[in-house]
Design a protein around this ligand. Structure first.
Ligand code: TXA
Ligand code: MG
Length: 309
């Protein structure tokens, strides 16, 4: 539980250049004042994140977002009206007030108004936009509970606001709007939902390691547990002792976990399940491949990355 005293202390820390981990509806974020270069640099140090990876700036309203974007096209306005607060990040030409550290030197900035009362109250109380990546170490699994954050980052953050488990469970959809609309990272706001509001949206291709990338969420190795993860079909498991995440039918595994057959419920459970199994020391985690349907695309995307392919 988070009380208003905690929020006030957290907001003080943000204003003073500190780092606060906070809940959003997707995953926990590691936040700093987006207008404070030194504070933003600390985020990269703590995460072990390459400085070439831009951060999402979290806002408390579309008004705050408009002040941080040099251009605010009608598509941005319509999408913000429809999906904010919510798990959609809009990439727009950045305003001059945003330091280069936040955007990895890019001329664009990712903006998002999260649908979580603690996140919104924190931004409002601090009175500044909050730059925040997921509160995990680079390439590891995103945290969906305060305990995950504690285990990954421990004392290197100034405060962790514990808002309980997150609802959505997967990172936000990232949409490029600095030119023709392009999906940079799939999320639980689906391409077709966006297209209903603004018309056709392209999908960014996968970027191979080593090439310059418009979005590190496109890097193949990302979102991984330490335990090798394999995607399987019809319960055909690798040799050795492992954990099997099944939908449909169980199979003989040392550890068997039934996952929801609904994509939204599955996404909400996925990272917490992987965090738990990762700590149990199996030879492998085998995940039954979900169906190739539109609503499963964000889950399939994260599973493929976790499998390192
Ligand atoms: O749900 C979320 O998005 C969570 C919560 C905390 O809001 N945040 C999150 O942040 O997942 P992070 O840093 O782990 O992922 C940010 C994604 C990356 O794929 C990054 O490349 C993309 O957003 N991004 C941010 N700014 C961008 C920009 N200017 N151009 C292109 N991609 C950008
Ligand atoms: Mg991340």
């Amino acid at each position: 539980m988070v009380c208003s005293r905690d929020i006030e202390r957290a907001a003080e820390l943000i204003r003073a250049g500190g780092l606060v981990a906070f809940p959003t509806e997707t995953v926990y974020g590691l936040g700093a004042n987006a207008l404070d270069r030194a504070a933003v640099r600390r985020i990269f140090q703590v995460k072990g994140r390459p400085v070439t990876s831009p951060l999402i700036v979290h806002v408390d309203s579309p008004e705050m977002a408009r002040r941080l974007a040099r251009e605010w096209p009608p598509e941005a306005e319509r999408l913000a009206q429809r999906f904010w607060p919510g798990p959609l990040t809009l990439v727009l030409p950045k305003a001059a007030c945003i330091p280069a550290e936040v955007t990895a030197g890019l001329d664009t900035v990712g903006l998002r108004m999260p649908a979580h009362p603690v996140a919104l109250e924190l931004i409002r109380t601090a009175g500044v936009p909050i730059a925040a990546p997921s509160a995990n170490r680079f390439t590891e699994l995103s945290p969906t509970t305060a305990e995950h954050v504690r285990r990954a980052l421990g004392d290197s953050v100034d405060m962790i606001l514990d808002g309980g488990p997150t609802q959505v469970g997967l990172e936000s959809t990232v949409l490029w709007l600095a030119g023709p609309p392009r999906l940079l990272r799939p999320g639980m706001i689906l391409r077709r939902q966006i297209e209903e509001v603004i018309g056709p949206v392209e999908v960014a291709g996968r970027i191979e390691d080593g090439l310059p990338h418009p979005s590190p969420g496109l890097h193949p190795r990302h979102y991984s547990p330490r335990t090798p993860l394999v995607l399987v079909t019809d319960g055909v498991l690798p040799p050795g002792r492992g954990a099997y995440l099944w939908i449909g039918r169980p199979a003989a595994a040392a550890r068997s976990v039934r996952m929801p057959s609904d994509a939204v419920a599955y996404a909400a459970r996925l990272y917490d399940t992987l965090h738990t199994l990762d700590a149990e020391g199996w030879d492998w985690i085998a995940v039954e491949r979900p169906p190739e349907l539109p609503e499963w695309i964000p889950v399939l995307d994260r599973l493929r990355r976790a499998a390192g392919r």
